[in-house]
Design a protein around this ligand. Sequence first.
Ligand SMILES: Cc1ncc(COP(=O)(O)O)c(C=O)c1O
Length: 394
Amino acid sequence: MKPTPSSKLSSLPPYLFVRLHALKLQAQAAGHDIIDLGQGSPDLPSPPNVVAALKRAIDQPWTHRYPQTQGQPQLRVAIADWYQRRFGVTLDPESEVLPLVGSKEGLAHLFMALLEPGQGVLVPNPCYPVHYNGVILAGGKAHLMPLREKLGFKPDLGAIPAAEAEGSKVLLLNYPNNPTGAVLEDLSLLERALVFSREHGCLIAYDNAYSELCFDGYKAPSILQLRGAKEHAVEFHSLSKTYSMAGWRIGFAVGNANAIAQLGKFKGFLDYGIPGFIQQAAIEALTGPQDCVAAAAQAYQRRRDVLIKALAAIGWKVPVPRATMYLWARLPERAGKMGSLEFAERLILEHGLVMTPGVGFGPHGEGFVRISLIADDRELEQAAQRVGRFLKKL
Ligand SMILES: Cc1ncc(COP(=O)(O)O)c(C=O)c1O
């Protein structure tokens, strides 16, 4: 028996990071010691008070039972309180907060909960892969909004063809942006998005996974800070980046009560939510001391500066992002006509250095690579030297 994949599944190539991992193993087998700046998986340890809270919680047998999809009431309150402190926005923990098994899960399931077959979603491109793949797996149609460097990697909402604007159920936005590192300098794009949402009757799904990883004094906004935004928007957050808890699998959605209810209903058929002991630890993360958050942002900022300097020294000038944990770099001139996939594959196989090819984030990512700041300063400097050796050989 050889089951064939559904047409939705077969229309997608294997998940990018699965493919990069296979190349990495190949390079390792060939004797390279690997520097992995591929996936955005924080290397910083989870905060010790959170780890201690997990250890305490796991000793309590009630946390071993099936959790509720909606999450523990205490966790929903902790999320609402965190939101109030961070953004000055009041949320009803009962109807406007939904814990998630990571925001990736929530984003993918939102599309499945909302879309009719073939229905449109306006998706930025390049994008975090689930913004696109989630739509396809939900049987929807992704209408790509190019993020161009000359527009600061912001979509031009005015340029969206009328049929796509009318036919789309969701408008997805993500700032601070993965992969480009772009941030919102002001609220004008969000204001325009709300007008667009009112005009065309689509929900805004705002991915704010990197809201806390900001540099040089920049502070990322929430779309829910805009007047009336709860009518139109649901926002996604992740503890993966904020508290370096990527492997724990916990995030949350907040905002529009209808979207939260539909996502919660859909998830109720699929999952039991987050293990109870992880929820208890997440409460500690959100309500305990927050210096770990500033410390993580500072660490990424320092690494950003170290790597940008080291890359400049080998002749590769890379823009300075004000948030996220990524550099988004145009391929160096010496790479000539090489595509981003070939560039990244050769770096892995010939030099044991993993970066993510821009095209892996969609067609508008071609010509770029994304470099994750997930190694210490020394390794980042070594990474730049490896790029230097690679470019010299070309
Ligand atoms: C923009 C963006 N949204 C969501 C996620 C998923 O985060 P989580 O670990 O909460 O599923 C990521 C992970 O890299 C991301 O870059």
